[in-house]
Design a protein. Structure first.
Ligand code: XMP
Length: 318
């Protein structure tokens, strides 16, 4: 595709020109936008790019390991992984309100990122995977979902940081970002990952969050996603995940009575994430997912499927 090749060549040249011999910092999240931005910038300036990956402890199962393998090893990028899980979990202890959790996670992220970026001496640029819809969203009156929830990763540049911004994807729509990503050699599976909210599992463990609940949720979510891939359904839905409820119910396992958490399987189909319908996943598939979660995840003995559309429900539970 010559148009994409042209875009990449032009952008690489522009980045080289703008950055010169300076250092660039980028917060890698594992998501599509920051990954494509990173690979593009890396192509232009190699080791002058310093990526910071903050493991909030609220990411999907093995996310940190996967990011290091994909981008550190495969693309040979300079990545510092910061394990901040304990910091995030201790700040969240005892907090049940969704907006308060969002604020805590967003603020903590900025603190950690700020601390880490100070370790990278002489960095002049901060790169971000801002794409065209983010630019529009931050200019216009915020949409209903932004009013209802503070989406912390839009325009999340800490005010006091004195960096010049580098945003090589600012003119692209999501589908174009994906095409650029594939053209750059990022594996298809990574480029077509579902979006993941900034606060991560912090808002998918409903109510108070702790390490044990996060572990349970990670296991269950991983099974659901694995089954979606296995059954060729992953790319047929827009966003899919598991939510852990703070509700225990009674079950039986062998001759024993169990009293454990309830997991909700959620999958949505949408074009713009402003409205969405629940995915009509096959019963047999849901049965497999439910059986596997209950049998394999210690701590869950009941699985429900969310059949609410947006509006009036939202895609996330918090
Ligand atoms: P809702 O739940 O509002 O979600 O229907 C719409 C889309 O936004 C994502 N979402 C968030 N993303 N920070 C984010 O970065 C947040 O606080 C947040 N809340 C919701 C959600 O995953 C879905 O894709």
């Amino acid at each position: 595709n010559w148009k994409l090749t042209n875009y990449i060549e032009k952008t690489v040249a522009e980045i080289k020109e703008k950055v010169g011999t300076q250092k660039v910092i980028l917060g890698l999240s594992g998501g599509v936008d920051s990954s494509v931005a990173a690979v593009l910038i890396h192509k232009a300036i190699g080791d002058q790019l310093n990526c910071i990956f903050v493991d909030t402890g609220l990411l999907r199962k093995d996310e940190g390991k996967k990011v290091m393998e994909n981008y550190g090893k495969h693309f040979d990028m300079n990545i510092k992984m910061v394990d901040a899980s304990e910091r995030f979990l201790s700040k969240l202890a005892g907090i049940g309100d969704p907006e308060e959790k969002r604020k805590i996670i967003g603020n903590e992220f900025v603190y950690v990122f700020d601390e880490e970026s100070k370790q990278i001496e002489g960095a002049k640029f901060l790169a971000q995977g801002t794409i065209y819809p983010d630019v529009i969203e931050s200019q216009s009156v915020k949409g209903p979902s932004a009013v209802i929830k503070s989406h912390h990763n839009v325009g999340g540049l800490p005010e006091e940081m004195e960096f010049e911004l580098l945003e090589p994807l600012r003119e692209l729509f999501k589908d174009e970002v994906r095409k650029v990503g594939e053209e750059l050699g990022i594996p298809h599976e990574l480029v077509y990952r579902h979006p993941f909210p900034g606060p991560g599992l912090g808002i998918r463990v409903v109510g108070e969050v702790d390490a044990e609940k996060v572990r349970i949720l990670q296991e269950a979510d991983d099974i659901f996603i694995e089954e979606l891939y296995k059954n060729d359904l992953y790319e047929k839905v827009s966003q899919a995940f598991v939510v852990l409820l703070p509700v225990k119910s009674v079950g039986v396992m062998g001759d024993e009575r169990t009293y454990e958490y309830t997991a909700v399987v959620r999958s949505a189909n949408t074009i713009d994430f402003m409205t969405a319908t629940w995915s009509r996943l096959p019963y047999e598939f849901l049965d497999t997912v439910s059986s596997r979660i209950i049998n394999e995840v210690r701590g869950i003995n009941r699985v429900a499927y969310d059949i609410s559309s947006k509006p009036p429900a939202t895609i996330e539970w918090e």
